[in-house]
Design a protein around this ligand. Structure first.
Ligand SMILES: Cc1cc2nc3c(=O)[nH]c(=O)nc-3n(C[C@H](O)[C@H](O)[C@H](O)COP(=O)(O)O)c2cc1C
Length: 348
């Protein structure tokens, strides 16, 4: 089943305001609308006669061995897509040898996610109240988080058309705040005074590597690597923050170039819907890609069986990984290390 079919079936199954809330972007939705098209514009230059009888999609990310470079982006309200929500996603990521980033604004206790055995990272919104931020970090650490993903594109939440009671009436009260003391949603007050020094603070509090998510510029990437970031995640938040922010397929090359010669890894998300998009992202220099909305669609709509939940997300991750292996054979690449920029066609 294609991801477009998955999206269509999810829209049929979900309450319309919930589906619209998941799918929408901020502002006029320009960045969201452009994300997939930016990957689709890329053209490939496949290599022939490279003995592709043995092709591997295995990789390592921050030293974790993974079976696939296709990972789960942090996102809220997964329980709105399926009652098992984040726990279903975690089981699927574990079954596929993938990895899951878990939002601060999550509707499932970190302990339940950790208990699945998945490798997971905490996506941290640093809160105005740094004491409360420490509480979240320590709770995640105790539940087995192995890195912190600092989201930096959200000093203030992007304005979206579908919001307010129309959506939240459909959802349980703690859908954003299951890990706040007492499930207090009002505790989620994001800080707007972050600087690159926040990277060092997060590392000091947790002892974990820090990934910085939401970077679109080479100069920011370089500053963050100098501030100690272990990885830079190129993202415009699925178009849900600054509308008209550049598509990640367009921003990725400058960030990769800026980090050349450093140890920092580069990841990307936004509009990745096909195996060829994954191949192009890796050829452009990303070490891994993350999926946002498709995980919600798979939770709601499932795969061939139509089951949804864990089965749906497993089919999504394993289907795309299988598609990547197939595309690698056609492109003459036997390992992810052989996905290099010469595979990208350029008019010049
Ligand atoms: C419903 C929804 C909730 C999200 N919540 C978060 C979040 O809590 N923290 C975060 O860093 N990004 C969040 N994101 C952004 C994703 O991590 C990711 O950057 C984006 O969805 C990738 O684009 P894609 O949906 O086109 O794959 C959310 C995205 C969606 C669609």
């Amino acid at each position: 089943m294609s991801i477009e079919d998955l999206q269509r079936r999810a829209a049929e199954r979900l309450a319309p305001p919930v589906s619209a809330w998941i799918n929408q972007g901020a502002g006029a939705g320009t960045s969201t609308a452009e994300a997939v098209a930016a990957w689709d514009r890329i053209r490939l230059l496949p290599r022939m006669l490279r003995d592709v009888s043995s092709v591997s999609t295995t990789t390592s990310v921050l030293g974790h061995e993974l079976a696939t470079p296709i990972l789960v982006a942090p996102s809220t309200v997964q329980r709105a897509a399926h009652p098992d929500g984040e726990v279903a996603t975690a089981r699927a990521a574990a079954a596929c040898g993938s990895l899951m980033a878990v939002s601060t604004n999550v509707g499932t206790p970190f302990e339940d996610i950790g208990a699945t055995g998945v490798r997971w990272w905490l996506q941290c919104y640093v809160l105005r109240d740094r004491g409360l931020t420490k509480y979240v970090l320590e709770r995640a650490l105790a539940a087995g988080a192995s890195a912190v993903v600092l989201t930096v594109d959200t000093p203030v939440t992007g304005r979206k058309r579908v919001d307010g009671p129309g959506v939240w009436d459909f959802l349980p009260d703690d859908i954003l705040s299951a890990n706040m003391p007492g499930g207090r949603a009002d505790a989620l007050d994001k800080a707007d005074d972050l600087t690159p020094d926040t990277v060092g603070w997060l590392h000091e509090v947790t002892g974990l590597p820090v990934v910085v998510k939401g970077v679109l510029r080479g100069d920011d990437a370089r500053d963050l690597a100098a501030a100690g970031a272990a990885a830079v995640h190129v993202s415009n938040h699925g178009g849900r923050q600054l509308d008209m922010a550049v598509a990640t397929a367009e921003a990725l090359p400058a960030v990769v170039a800026a980090l050349a010669g450093t140890d920092a890894e580069v990841y990307v998300d936004g509009g990745i819907r096909r195996a060829e998009h994954v191949l192009a992202a890796l050829a452009l220099g990303a070490r891994a890609v993350f999926l946002g909305r498709p995980v919600h669609w798979a939770l709601a709509a499932g795969g061939a069986s139509g089951e949804g939940g864990c089965e749906g997300v497993t089919e999504l991750l394993s289907g795309l990984t299988d598609g990547l292996r197939h595309a690698m054979m056609l492109a003459g690449a036997r390992s992810l290390g052989e996905l290099t920029p010469d595979l990208i066609w350029s008019r010049r």
